[in-house]
Design a protein around this ligand. Structure first.
Ligand SMILES: [Zn+2]
Ligand SMILES: [Zn+2]
Length: 162
């Protein structure tokens, strides 16, 4: 079966004000919650939700993105892209992994189905914000293959398929 059918692609998404629209044209690798302190600050919440995609699977249709780059504690330059008008955080790109991007999937038009298979950086999690995910990792993802397999085998699919 093609990923297109498994996930009912393409998907559409947009920022809160609607200035930036995008499409997702390729299958997600996995969805995760990140409790790192950068994500806590950037999301203004306890953790951020991320969906790992091939870079070419995220197609920005319209609008001007604003870019903010900062070197993380790991030494990697991490670039955050958000709407230049309403500041909705849309995705993250890391200079050491140009082949993938991390979509912030709360901006998907159909997002109610999105659920993480893993939580990462639990070492810096707020104790009350820990999730009942299949994988709980104290730091970063070391073996993405396991998460990719678990996500593909899960029932986490767009609501249009249910
Ligand atoms: Zn906007
Ligand atoms: Zn993070």
């Amino acid at each position: 079966m093609q990923a297109r059918d498994l996930y009912d692609l393409p998907w559409s998404g947009r920022c809160h004000c609607g200035h930036i629209g995008y499409e997702v044209t390729g299958a997600p690798k996995f969805v995760f919650a990140c409790h790192c302190t950068d994500c806590q600050q950037l999301s203004a919440s306890a953790y951020a939700i991320g969906m790992l995609l091939d870079s070419e699977a995220l197609v920005i249709d319209e609008g001007k993105l604003s870019e903010y780059a900062k070197t993380a504690d790991s030494g990697v330059i991490s670039r955050q892209y958000s709407c230049g008008r309403c500041s909705t955080w849309l995705y993250t790109a890391k200079d050491n992994t140009p082949e993938t991007v991390i979509l912030r999937p709360s901006s998907l038009d159909d997002r109610a189905w999105v659920r993480p298979v893993a939580q990462i950086f639990t070492d810096s999690a707020r104790p009350w914000a820990l999730l009942a995910t299949a994988f709980s990792l104290p730091g970063n993802v070391e073996a993405p293959e396991r998460l990719i397999e678990a996500f593909a085998a899960s029932d986490i699919r767009p609501s249009t398929l249910k």
